[in-house]
Design a protein around this ligand. Structure first.
Ligand code: SAM
Ligand code: SF4
Length: 329
């Protein structure tokens, strides 16, 4: 098992398949993009599946989420999903994506064994989308979302980050859009993980503010906290249910005490936290001939040193040098 020194057990593995992306969301990366990881440093599909197999077969991983960067840009994605679905015990398999390309890929991915999808959608206004993501792709995202539902991926979850003065007036319209289509919306507080280091606490739209805005239009009832488990979202049923909305107060209401996540970056580094400042290099070990036992032991050791919390509020807080797109959100 992947147990840390505080007794938390990591079972939810987030795998970044690439640090590249076809959008430039301003809370994530600068308009000009970033220096992408050199190709030879990226894990191959075989290497990814081997490490996931070690996680699932030896370390108690039960949930595998493919993310990035934009995971749909990885050509072998369907193959990687199919090979993950063939592992025993079979993990649950999910994907976090900006949705661009899902029109073509949702059905093949569902067939390959993908169970669930989270699509990021921060705005319904084409002009705001261009301003926020620096690309004119809103229609592709909305069509992608529809394809996910049509391919039978359930529930279709939507992630939204609100930014003050950019899209913060859209909390209610986004929720209405999702309710009408049966998508489960989750708002995520903006975290200090952008490559440009432009995050300012005062610009962050807090969970409390988001809830206050939603409550102007909807009756929200807090769902049974037992249902939340280790999930980061506080869940609320809307107007008596069954529809729900989630709010992830990553900064103001941290859930580190119940965190069950561990991350594998696209270049094969284990990170025990989004905000970790240290990584464990499984790629070099693997390419130098390490066997599965040794890889598992290195992975266990990396998780053991996980800190109690992200410490964003500590004076000594240091933003990780890797941006979100290179960690895997
Ligand atoms: N490209 C895919 C996407 O956008 O869904 C997957 C990778 S993206 C890094 C994963 C999630 O992280 C997205 O829902 C995105 O909105 C969120 N995210 C990125 N930067 C963030 C930040 N600074 N604070 C909070 N969430 C962020
Ligand atoms: Fe790309 Fe996702 Fe980052 Fe937006 S949040 S720039 S879609 S990786």
């Amino acid at each position: 098992m992947l147990r840390d020194s505080f007794g938390r057990v990591a079972t939810d593995l987030r795998v970044s398949l690439t640090d590249r992306c076809n959008l430039r969301c301003s809370y994530c990366m600068p308009p000009e993009g970033l220096d992408w990881l050199p190709r030879p440093e990226l894990l191959s599909a075989d290497e990814i599946v081997r490490l996931v197999a070690v996680g699932v077969g030896r370390l108690g991983v039960t949930e595998v989420r493919y993310t990035g960067g934009e995971p749909l840009l990885r050509r072998e994605l369907t193959d990687i999903v199919a090979r993950t679905a063939a592992l025993r015990p079979r993990p649950r398999i999910s994907l976090t994506t900006n949705g661009i390309g899902l029109v073509r890929l949702a059905a093949p991915l569902a067939e390959a064994g993908l169970d669930r999808v989270n699509v990021s959608l921060d705005t319904l206004e084409p002009e705001t989308f261009r301003r926020l993501a620096h690309r004119d792709r809103l229609t592709d995202v909305l069509d992608g979302l529809a394809s996910a539902g049509a391919a039978g991926l359930r529930p279709v979850k939507v992630n939204a980050v609100l930014m003050r003065g950019v899209n913060d007036r859209e909390a209610v319209p986004l929720l209405r859009y999702c309710l009408e289509r049966g998508y489960e919306l989750r708002f995520i507080e903006q975290m200090p993980l952008d490559a440009q280091h432009g995050w300012r606490r005062e610009n962050m739209v807090t969970a409390e503010e988001i809830l206050a805005r939603l409550r102007e239009e909807f009756a929200l009832t807090e769902a049974d906290p037992a249902e939340r488990g280790s999930a980061p979202a506080e869940l609320f049923s809307i107007d008596g249910g069954p529809a729900r909305v989630g709010v992830i107060g990553s900064v103001t209401r941290p859930f580190c005490g119940a965190c069950d996540r561990v991350r594998l970056t696209a270049d094969g580094q284990i990170r025990n936290c989004l905000f970790a400042t240290e990584e464990s290099d499984l790629r070099t070990a693997m390419r130098s001939g390490a066997g599965d036992d040794e890889l598992a032991e290195r992975w266990r050791a990396a998780v053991r040193t996980k800190k109690a919390g992200h410490g964003i509020d500590d004076r000594s807080f240091l933003q990780p040098s890797r941006p979100m797109s290179a960690i895997g959100g």
